[in-house]
Design a protein around this ligand. Sequence first.
Ligand SMILES: NC(=O)c1ccc[n+]([C@@H]2O[C@H](COP(=O)([O-])OP(=O)(O)OC[C@H]3O[C@@H](n4cnc5c(N)ncnc54)[C@H](OP(=O)(O)O)[C@@H]3O)[C@@H](O)[C@H]2O)c1
Length: 513
Amino acid sequence: MATTEITISPEEVKASSGTERVPDPCIVVIFGASGDLTKKKLLPALYHLEQGGLLPEKFAVVGVARRPLTDEFAKDMREGILSGGGVEDGDSKLDEFIAKVNYHAMNFDDADGYTKLKALLETLDKKYGTNGGRLFYLATAPGYFAEIVHQLGAHGMAKPEKGTVRVIIEKPFGHDLQSARELNDDVNQVLSEDQIFRIDHYLGKETVQNILVFRFANGIFEPIWNRNFIDHVQITAAENIGIEGRGPFYEKAGALRDVVQNHVMELLSFVAMEPPVSFGAAPIRTEKIKVWKAIQSIPLEDTARGQYSAGTIEGKPVIGYRQEDRVDPASNTETFAALRLEIENWRWAGVPFYLRAGKRLAKRATEITIQFKQPPLLLFKDTNGSGKCDEIQPNIISMRIQPNDGISLRFAAKVPGPTMQSCPVNMDFNYATAFGVSSANGYERLLLDAMLGDATLFAHRDGVEATWALMTPILEGWAATPPKDFPNYVAGSWGPKTSDALLARDGRKWRQQ
Ligand SMILES: NC(=O)c1ccc[n+]([C@@H]2O[C@H](COP(=O)([O-])OP(=O)(O)OC[C@H]3O[C@@H](n4cnc5c(N)ncnc54)[C@H](OP(=O)(O)O)[C@@H]3O)[C@@H](O)[C@H]2O)c1
């Protein structure tokens, strides 16, 4: 059954989305504004909010970076917005929006630059009527996060007399437990926790938020969402791209830090959390942290790591990780990580969760698979035939985060004909078909929420530290025992054999994406 009968027009989606909240006047100040993130994601997201009438009328943007750009900056941002699609060049609304985009050149560690920035913001307050409201966005390398926050504090921009000041901090937030704690201590010296918005753009994705709606707005799933009915859970975050020229960054990061500590652990918490008392920042963040804290340490034998060698992706040859630009030819950085863990609480005791993330895998697919236990008696086990119907398969709910966002349920159906043969079939819900819109880029929702002061979809200090507390011993264990078999998977495959072995040991296997 495809759920396309429930089609909802984009107008209805907008009217029912509950996002008709418009933030107070403010200036969005982006540090690191000449970088990729600002042009490709942040400005297009801000403009989409403007198009949807979701930005305050009294609004401006200031980009801050080192190079001396002036008019080129606005021109570059216009290009970024146009290449994001959904707008024509010459659109008067785009012209009005671009007229509010300003640029300030400074070095992040130059005190005088902050004095001048403050003066510029005060001038813009008068021009646009933004009344001291600020959303600072730190889209910089992580080494600058603490410095910028301190300078904002030292120059009276963190707690001004008028308006509300909030600060979005990009990932990665720390590179292990100690550095995350230090960074938290540093920024908390200047900002209160309710001013800090640690962003993970995955949480802005509709499909991630839909996990909560699916679980808690439907009566039929929650009663079976526990150890009595669920055999195990798999979370896959697979990319087929490589490191895209970001060698120096990736050499220090690796798959566990880059994707598992944040995106994958966030997905895990949404799948496993208890129902919050309400849909508010504090109840949701509390329940998520309880999940991470219920995970006992993850022994090294429950982990697998890998690094890709040269191979083929979509029919084209690609080089191995060690041959990538600015990567050590003997690098031990993992481009693949898999974990098996258990959540030791009443709901999940005894249910394994298998997580994997990697680059240059067979395909791009982020998906959560909930595999249910087999029925207690397999009535039809002797009557199945050949091909994909040859064995009774367990029920599966799979939540596709990207691409082809949606949810499907696999169940058995009788094959037409005189014998009692069953075959697995899928009921499928697809975002684009059901709602007539594809799910938005996460940054729109998150920028709007931060302007509104809604921290529900942002990481809390305790949550960041809880996930690092789980990852750090693995990172230390891996560092202490350098891999002997790297590279150990071919680009275009599904990762190293050790990842399959992690499930095979329990009599299970990764679901084919
Ligand atoms: N790119 C993405 O899609 C993406 C996705 C998720 C997270 N992130 C995170 O977002 C952050 C930014 O990413 P990005 O790709 O935009 O980075 P990027 O392309 O490397 O840009 C870095 C920016 O910082 C500025 N900068 C560096 N040192 C400076 C200094 N001393 N003083 C003033 N400006 C300085 C650069 O300005 P100049 O060019 O003028 O030197 C540039 O604007 C990173 O933390 C990254 O991990 C990025």
